[in-house]
Write a protein that binds this ligand. Structure first.
Ligand SMILES: *Cc1c(COP(=O)(O)O)cnc(C)c1O
Length: 368
């Protein structure tokens, strides 16, 4: 059996180090704040070349903190891609704003730039959420950034899946106005539970994000803003600090696996490669198939006991929970077709060549 994802392949010595850390922190009751949080935030900021990294409880809160800090609230219009994880959509609603979706395109599978521009000109949104999916981002990322800056649209980048992605040789988070990341265990840099962070180079934004994530506090019993409790707990920071020692190797393993799939499957299936200018993080590989072919390939993979993922099976605008809130969808109407066509094969840090070869030969056998 080859799993779609296996997050138990820890490096030698990793679990011993973690177990010792738990024992030490428990004995000291070091549960909230403290040096593990401070050093994790410092390391995050340094590695991603951003001025401020603010830790928080999870990747969904990170988006909500970013929206709130950018002043997005009741009655504001926010554009977001029609194919993403539901948390992106929810975050807009949870801060009181009105979500409008934009279709994705079939080349990079990200929000379509031309459709976005048309939508922005029509509804004049206060903010936009762009999502960096699958281990890369939009081929037009710089255009999105420039357009939003020219039009005074607050651009927030949901980089939940994008840890380690490089755009034009730099961390994808570096030149964003505000970007977010998730440390959900199955993400590229995964915690031992829920955790997230917000990145920005803007000091006022960073201060506001930090305040909002800790009840809007100005001192322990004085409150300058209405926020909530979205602190990352110290155990998560401690676990992530240990992961940081191995993250380069994990990224290298993921990237090389993604590249092996792309090379070995080329000419057999439509493998989506990262657009020019990107170094992917190997979060997920994606192939596009005709929907009927996908159904048959899935049955074949099940028979062969090979895992797979469908990321994502449905458009935001088609979710029953969206009806009450969505202002509209813009674009070519192709998101549904993309959702019916995507398929991801097993990919995770330290997947072996033997495992990749087994997956590749199963797919090849199916198409032969
Ligand atoms: C995982 C994910 C989130 C949410 O992160 P959590 O830490 O699970 O709250 C948001 N957006 C995208 C694109 C994600 O993949």
């Amino acid at each position: 059996m080859i799993p779609f994802i296996d997050i138990k392949r820890f490096e030698p010595g990793f679990l011993d180090e973690w177990n010792n850390k738990i024992a030490e922190m428990s004995a000291n009751a070091a549960f909230i704040g403290g040096p593990e949080i401070a050093s994790f935030e410092a390391e995050l900021a340094k590695r991603n070349d951003v001025k401020y990294a603010v830790s928080c409880a999870n990747g969904t809160d990170a988006i909500q903190l970013a929206l709130r800090a950018a002043g997005v609230g009741r009655g504001d219009k926010v554009l977001l891609p029609n194919s993403t994880f539901w948390a992106t959509f929810e975050s807009v609603v949870n801060v009181g704003a009105d979500p409008y979706t934009v279709d994705v395109n079939e080349t990079d599978l990200q929000m379509d730039y031309d459709s976005f521009v048309k939508a922005a000109e029509e509804i004049k949104p206060k903010a936009a959420l762009i999502v960096h999916l699958y281990g890369w981002g939009s081929a037009r990322l710089n255009d999105f950034r420039r357009f939003c800056s020219d039009k005074n649209i607050m651009l927030i980048e949901d980089g939940a899946q994008a840890y380690g992605v490089k755009y034009k040789g730099e961390s994808i988070y570096k030149n964003a106005f505000i970007s977010t990341v998730s440390f959900y265990p199955a993400k590229v840099l995964g915690a031992a539970g829920d955790a997230g962070a917000v990145f920005t180079n803007d000091k006022d934004m960073a201060d506001k994000i930090r305040m909002l994530s800790n009840h809007g506090r100005t001192s322990h019993y004085e409150y300058g803003l209405v926020g909530w409790n979205s602190r990352m707990d110290s155990f998560q920071a401690a676990f992530l600090n240990i992961c940081m020692k191995h993250i380069d190797k994990r990224l290298e393993s993921r990237r090389s696996a993604a590249e092996k799939y792309a090379a070995k499957l080329a000419g057999k299936v439509n493998v989506i490669n990262p657009p020019e200018g990107y170094e992917q993080n190997g979060y997920c590989n994606v192939i596009l198939l005709e929907p009927e072919t996908r159904t048959k390939l899935i049955d074949f993979l099940k028979e062969k006991q090979i895992g797979f993922g469908i990321i994502y099976p449905g458009a935001m605008s088609d979710q029953s929970g969206a009806k009450e809130f969505i202002g509209g969808n813009f674009g070519n109407g192709r998101t549904g077709h993309v959702c019916n066509s995507v398929l991801s094969l097993p990919l995770f840090a330290y997947i072996t060549d033997e495992e990749i070869d087994k997956v590749v030969s199963a797919v090849s056998e199916f198409f032969s």
